[in-house]
Design a protein around this ligand. Structure first.
Ligand SMILES: Nc1nc(=O)c2c([nH]1)NC[C@@H]1CN(c3ccc(C(=O)N[C@@H](CCC(=O)O)C(=O)O)cc3)CN21
Ligand SMILES: O=c1ccn([C@H]2C[C@H](O)[C@@H](COP(=O)(O)O)O2)c(=O)[nH]1
Length: 283
């Protein structure tokens, strides 16, 4: 939690104003930040200086792992975060590749599970790395990448947290996640949870111990309409201790995730937090 607040403070104190064309808003911005999560010690990085809707963040991750491309599918598993990008952005609404209401196009999980090969067929990156890690193999390329510039025009948004690299040392699994753009008040609250859960879950289904997760962010920003709430409300609060995350131990394979896993399989113990803050969202 301290590292999150340090980053927020750094943006408030040292950030530079940058115009953003896509949203039409200015962002207070710093370049390069890194966060570390102790997954082995189960220090679940939930924001405590406001209420975190952590279940929606896990649902979003599950949707990516299942390869969803539709905001309605995300809603059905408890996540509303893609409604606006799928249905309210003018550029995407006018894009001939959009297949109708709620379509997100070829983003995130679609690339992770079905990256189109130029010579036909698809690559399932997630299945490959789960199979390798289950057999104790780390070929130094256990990478899940959503970043496919050849298909950006076929999706509603370029992926922000776009590359996850897994590393196996003995039977301990580590994760390095790379993010190009980060809405620190809203998105990072979700992304921290997702990096942590991705390592915990992949370690569990591959029969390894979770180790450390490293989260690299390039452009970290606060939108102009979020600044006051961050500076004058959230940053004035004292954080609480990190809670613990429990994942149903019956989850043992990628197929389990694809077929029966729901948000009921994730529980948090000892979450103490300040009251909710509703930050403005930019489409
Ligand atoms: N501007 C922007 N920021 C983002 O963080 C973001 C995007 N766009 N577009 C794609 C996804 C969608 N994400 C989102 C979208 C909404 C919330 C959000 O509204 N969170 C609220 C409440 C969540 C709930 O009630 O379930 C929050 O208080 O955290 C968070 C992440 C993250 N990404
Ligand atoms: O997981 C996510 C997804 C999105 N974001 C934020 C970062 C930016 O504020 C916007 C995306 O805008 P771009 O113009 O494509 O950079 O969404 C996030 O923080 N986390």
């Amino acid at each position: 939690m301290k590292q999150y607040l340090d980053l927020c403070r750094r943006i408030v104190e040292e950030g530079e104003w940058v115009e953003n064309k896509r949203t039409g808003k200015r962002c207070l911005t710093v370049i390069n930040a890194e966060l570390n999560y102790d997954v082995a010690g189960n220090k679940f990085p939930l924001i405590t200086t406001r209420k975190s809707f952590w279940k929606a963040a896990i649902a979003e991750l599950l949707g990516y792992l299942k390869g969803y491309d539709n905001a309605a599918d995300f809603r059905a598993i408890g996540c509303n975060t893609w409604n606006a990008n799928a249905n309210e952005n003018e550029a995407w609404l006018n894009n001939p590749h959009r297949k109708g209401e709620d379509d997100m196009g070829r983003v995130y999980g679609v690339q992770g599970r079905a990256w189109a090969k130029p010579d036909g067929g698809f690559v399932d990156q997630l299945k490959k790395l789960v199979d390798d890690l289950s057999n104790g193999i780390d070929d130094r390329g256990e990478i899940l990448s959503f970043y496919n510039p050849g298909e950006f025009h076929m999706g509603c948004l370029r992926p922000c947290m776009h590359t996850h690299t897994f590393s196996l040392l003995g039977d301990t699994l580590h994760l390095t996640s790379y993010q190009r753009s980060c809405d620190v008040p809203l998105g990072l609250n979700f992304n921290q949870i997702q990096v942590f859960v991705l390592l915990a879950l992949v370690a569990q289904i591959t029969g390894n111990k979770p180790g450390k997760a490293y989260h690299k962010i390039v452009n970290a920003h606060i939108y102009e309409d979020q600044l006051e709430l961050m500076r004058d409300v959230q940053l004035k609060r004292e954080p609480f201790e990190s809670p613990k995350l429990h994942i149903n131990p019956k989850i043992k394979s990628l197929e389990d995730i694809e077929t029966w896993v729901t948000l009921d399989d994730f529980t948090v113990e000892g979450y103490e937090c300040h009251e909710a803050i509703k930050y403005p969202f930019s489409v």
